[in-house]
Design a protein around this ligand. Structure first.
Ligand code: PLP
Length: 273
């Protein structure tokens, strides 16, 4: 497997970054996961825009987006696979122990993994921990994902593939790696970015393509919604068939099935929407 590091392709097995890289020591880094289909990235321009936004939010140097594009193309060419996920990681680079930034330049790593097509429906749980809708990192796609790792492990223990968070004022927010949508009386709703959720790229496309509304929603909407679905780069649109103990028989329901179809059709027509 070839990855991109230090301006060129390297063997993943022998590639090295500093043990004092701030991505490792303090989680001062950002990332993107980009779906690839037959060696071509999906929605790369939107992912690069978000990477640059996250860098600005964290006060990291501006990533060289031309280099990131070249790196993605080189990694994809070196590692052919039908369905994959590019992982772009950009960190503060080698720095002092502690939280002060160092003098060294940032680290850029682009790697590729394979992935499988997601099942049409899945089970989710809610967790008692909250997303902070007003934090310094809110809405940024940082490498500080330990909270998501903990919540996802809880979901797996309960036979679910995703854990949903509320925010500090009890409103529905997002999953560990996905955005959440609900269907109420035939209308599709998703929490606004002000809830503290990541501005998911799949979420934005689903809102544009289905006309879903951005609505501030209480957590208990999950107990009464007619349908629930998730969006993410690797799930696309995925129906939810169980939330905690509540079964949603027949998932995907009609509105979700329609959203899945609309998403698939638009995505097939334009690789960089
Ligand atoms: N929310 C979080 C916390 C995520 O990590 C992700 C994706 O990784 C998403 C939402 C969905 O975003 P996207 O559709 O851009 O993959």
């Amino acid at each position: 497997m070839k990855i991109w590091l230090d301006g060129g392709l390297q063997d993943m097995e022998s590639a090295r970054v500093s043990v004092l890289d701030h991505g490792l020591t303090v989680g001062d880094g950002i990332f993107e996961t980009v779906k690839t289909v037959n060696g071509r990235p999906f929605a790369l321009t939107r992912h690069l825009d978000r990477l640059a936004r996250s860098a600005r939010g964290l006060g990291l140097p501006e990533p060289d987006l031309d280099e990131v594009r070249r790196a993605c193309a080189a990694v994809l060419e070196a590692n052919p696979m039908p369905l994959g996920r590019l992982r772009i990681t950009f960190t503060g680079g080698h720095g002092p122990l502690g939280s002060d930034r160092g003098e060294h330049g940032p680290t850029l790593v682009v790697a590729l993994g394979d992935t499988t097509r997601r099942p049409d429906s899945t089970a989710v749980i809610t967790v008692p921990w909250t997303r902070n809708e007003r934090g310094a990192l809110t809405g940024l796609k940082t490498t500080s994902y330990a909270e998501n790792v903990v919540a996802l492990a809880r979901a797996r223990e309960q036979g679910a593939s995703e854990a949903l968070f509320g925010n500090t004022v009890g409103r529905l927010c997002e999953g560990t790696g996905s955005n959440v949508f609900v269907v109420l009386d035939g209308e599709i709703h998703t929490p606004p970015v002000a809830s503290g959720c990541l501005a998911g790229i799949t979420r934005a496309l689903a809102v544009e393509w289905t006309g879903a509304a951005e609505t501030d929603l209480p957590m208990d909407v999950l107990q009464r919604a007619d349908e629930v679905f998730l969006t993410s780069t690797l799930r696309d649109v995925q129906a939810v068939r169980r939330v905690d103990d509540r079964e949603l028989p027949g998932a995907p329901g009609p509105a979700t099935a329609k959203a899945m179809r609309i998403f698939e059709e638009h995505a097939a027509a334009d690789l960089d929407p």
